[in-house]
Design a protein around this ligand. Structure first.
Ligand SMILES: Cc1ncc(COP(=O)(O)O)c(C=O)c1O
Length: 470
């Protein structure tokens, strides 16, 4: 079933179950049923008029149950193929947002079916810190091994259930080792999650309405998009001023190496090195938040893409990894029971994580000439042509790797939202990012997106853009 279990001759009952020929046969049958069903998915398809009323009812019930309407009228039917997904109204969409960067293998990938089956044969649905299974160990080791390929020396990996929680754990480690420092440094427009503490680092006042200040965060302006020396100096000066104003009070500098929710701004190695060099003079830790970037650039980790391996001491991942984790160096191991929670991840999420990490590598997503860079270049080229053809309606592209964005019209939040919804109605899923300007972003599934999918996305944009008015 999966490479985490030994063959049928094992002394363990569990391994013999996984290798039982009936299980193999069931897997083959399910896979062939899936492939037959997937053959019906051919491309964008409008909703089935007969399902419209039922779908509307489901969406209303969903809005009621969750206490607000979902961003899109999206309710999955339960099947897809690559970047294609069928919704419960019978429509088929080209999913270039993938749950904000989660479904790296797209929809209904056979490897995920296999992973889900091996997890279904596990004794428990959930894994937790008190009782873990062998794949929990394998996934932690795998994330560490990937992190250390170019010289980083991360030794510990704590699994958890959300990006925000992975970030909370990183914050706890940082404060613990730098007590009594009680402040964090971050760049403007940063996003770190929505817990009480991470909402302070997330540079969106509207996400903190009514919330008490859990930790104090000081923001510095980032370099500009051209990486100009002047902007780097302005940023460093602001950093220097804060470090001098609050000596010994900063536990960590928070860094997203490509600003994600902030609007798809990749930083540059020179700038990051300067920032890190300056904070290290004051013994401040550096946290790389890779919850959105992992798996989408030329290397699995963004700190590898930017050549910052020697500075990786506290790193968080999530989204595409199917589970979330905090990786850290041995000297940052907490002295005391600081970190734990009931759940680490679902057995199926752990199996899916191992399968996803395998597939990202085996489909050559990484490397200078890897898929992530190649597809970026292709998509970016097409978007650049599009923005020439529709001046005033869109500009760009922005971002890097499999994190791509455009600025719609006047860059207003309203126009970006209207464009995202118009694209959704026409069959292409995207999402907003940033605020001034607001952007429309794409997070295509790296392992399964082909150039032909990009062509179709562009074709849909060409149909929608003429009717858009900023
Ligand atoms: C950079 C970054 N950090 C943290 C988070 C929070 O992750 P989660 O929504 O899984 O809590 C996100 C989510 O978008 C993110 O992009």
């Amino acid at each position: 079933m999966t490479d985490v279990h030994k063959p049928g001759s094992s002394q363990l009952i569990a391994d013999r179950l996984q290798a039982d020929p009936r299980v193999q046969q069931a897997e083959e049958l399910l896979k062939s049923a899936l492939l037959d069903a997937q053959a019906e998915i051919q491309g964008v398809q409008p909703a089935d008029p007969q399902l419209r009323t039922d779908y509307q009812n489901l969406l209303e019930r969903l809005s009621e149950a969750r206490g607000g309407a979902p961003y899109f009228p999206y309710l999955a039917s339960g099947i897809g193929k690559g970047p294609w997904v069928e919704l419960a109204d019978g429509s088929i969409k080209l999913d270039f947002i993938t749950g904000i960067g989660v479904h790296g293998l797209g929809h209904s990938h056979p490897r995920l079916l296999q992973a889900g089956l091996s997890a279904a044969l596990c004794d428990t649905v959930m894994q937790g810190n008190l009782q873990q299974h062998r794949p929990s160990l394998l996934v932690a080791e795998r994330l560490l091994q990937l992190a250390n390929t170019h010289g980083a020396a991360l030794e510990h990996c704590l699994l958890t259930t959300s990006g925000a929680m992975a970030n909370e754990n990183a914050l706890k480690i940082a404060f613990h080792h730098r007590a009594p420092a009680d402040r964090i440094l971050a760049l403007d427009d940063c996003f770190a999650g929505r817990t009480l503490a991470t909402a302070q680092i997330t540079d969106r006042p509207q996400y903190r309405i009514g919330l008490p200040t859990a930790i104090t965060v000081d923001f510095i302006p980032p370099e500009d998009r051209e990486h100009s020396q002047a902007s780097q100096q302005r940023s460093l000066d602001a950093l220097d001023k804060l470090l001098k104003r609050h000596p010994g009070k900063y536990a960590a500098l928070w860094l997203e190496l490509v600003a994600g929710e902030g609007g798809y701004y990749p930083g540059c190695t020179e700038y990051f090195r300067k920032l890190i060099h300056r904070v290290k003079q004051d013994n401040v830790l550096v946290i790389f938040d890779e919850v959105q970037t992992f798996g989408r650039l030329s290397e699995p980790y963004a700190f590898q893409h930017f050549g910052l391996d020697e500075h990786a001491e506290l790193v968080t991942v999530g989204k595409i990894t199917q589970l979330c984790a905090t990786l850290y160096k041995p000297e940052l191991k907490p002295n005391g029971p600081l970190l734990s929670q009931t759940f680490t991840a679902a057995s199926s999420a752990i199996a899916a994580s191992l399968a996803t990490l395998d597939e990202l590598e085996s489909t050559n997503c990484f490397g200078e000439a890897g898929r992530n860079n190649e597809l970026h270049a292709y998509f970016a080229h097409q978007l650049a042509a599009l923005s020439k053809d529709y001046p005033g309606k869109i500009s760009g592209p922005f971002g890097c790797g499999m994190m791509i964005a455009l600025t719609p019209g006047d860059g207003s939040a309203e126009y970006a939202k209207n464009l995202v919804h118009a694209l959704f109605d026409a069959g292409l899923m995207s999402f907003v990012a940033g605020s001034s300007p607001a952007r429309v972003r794409f997070l295509p599934p790296p392992a399964v997106t082909e150039k032909q999918h990009v062509d179709l996305a562009i074709e849909i944009m060409r149909k929608v853009l003429p009717s858009m008015n900023p």
